[in-house]
Write a protein that binds this ligand. Structure first.
Ligand code: GLN
Length: 203
């Protein structure tokens, strides 16, 4: 089984570890560069994107993260994690940097305060068996994408799931539901990357 890390600086780490295990992956928290070097793929959880970004700097993880994502390590970001994978944030807070990896511009807290939290069924391209249950919590949306980005889902005309190569991102939180199909899709992406010989794990 592939070893999939969950960036464990802040946010709903435990929920992702549980969902990955349910989707047949070996899942581990990642807090240090040495731990990042040992995983085949990485989940960046929901939480608070500015906090995660600042902690990633503090823990010496920002550059190693950028390097591995550039080198093709599969990565899946949910909510705050989606923001971390964006090349550009429309309304960044000071000191808020991203890892990048997906050619997209995102808008934070896009669904508005009156709607800070809601659930909606979301049909996701590549996920069989009907729509997934989308849990949106102060969720971002994707304002625009570059030519290399595949839009996998929209909610009310706004992009909420995307993929570019081995990078996957959703505005919503499948880890907070009992439906592990998004994690299974990501597990398949990690297996494919391994079989295609993307450098994985420690040398
Ligand atoms: N609004 C948060 C942010 O900007 C994301 C919220 C979430 O991850 N549930 O990071």
């Amino acid at each position: 089984s592939p070893v999939i890390g969950v960036l464990a600086l802040q946010g709903d780490v435990r929920e992702h570890l549980t969902a990955l295990a349910a989707a047949d992956a070996v899942a581990r928290p990642v807090r240090r560069p040495e731990e990042l070097a040992e995983v085949d793929g990485l989940v960046i959880p929901g939480g608070e994107s500015t906090t995660i970004s600042k902690l990633a700097h503090l823990f010496g993880l920002m550059e190693p993260l950028r390097e591995r994502v550039r080198a093709g390590m599969p990565v899946y970001g949910t909510c705050a994690g989606l923001i971390l994978l964006a090349e550009k944030i429309l309304d960044p807070r000071s000191g808020q940097e991203t890892v990048g990896g997906i050619d997209m511009i995102v808008r934070r807290n896009a669904f508005g305060r009156q709607n800070e939290s809601f659930e909606s069924a979301v049909a996701v391209t590549g996920v069989e068996g009907g729509p997934v249950e989308g849990v949106f919590i102060r969720a971002p949306w994707v304002e625009s994408v570059g030519a290399g980005v595949e839009v996998l889902a929209e909610h009310k005309g706004h992009i909420v799931a995307v993929r570019q190569g081995a990078a996957l991102a959703t505005s919503f939180h499948p880890e907070l539901t009992g439906d592990h199909r998004m994690h299974a899709l990501f597990g398949d992406m990690v297996r494919t990357a391994r079989s295609e010989g993307v450098r994985v794990g420690a040398p």
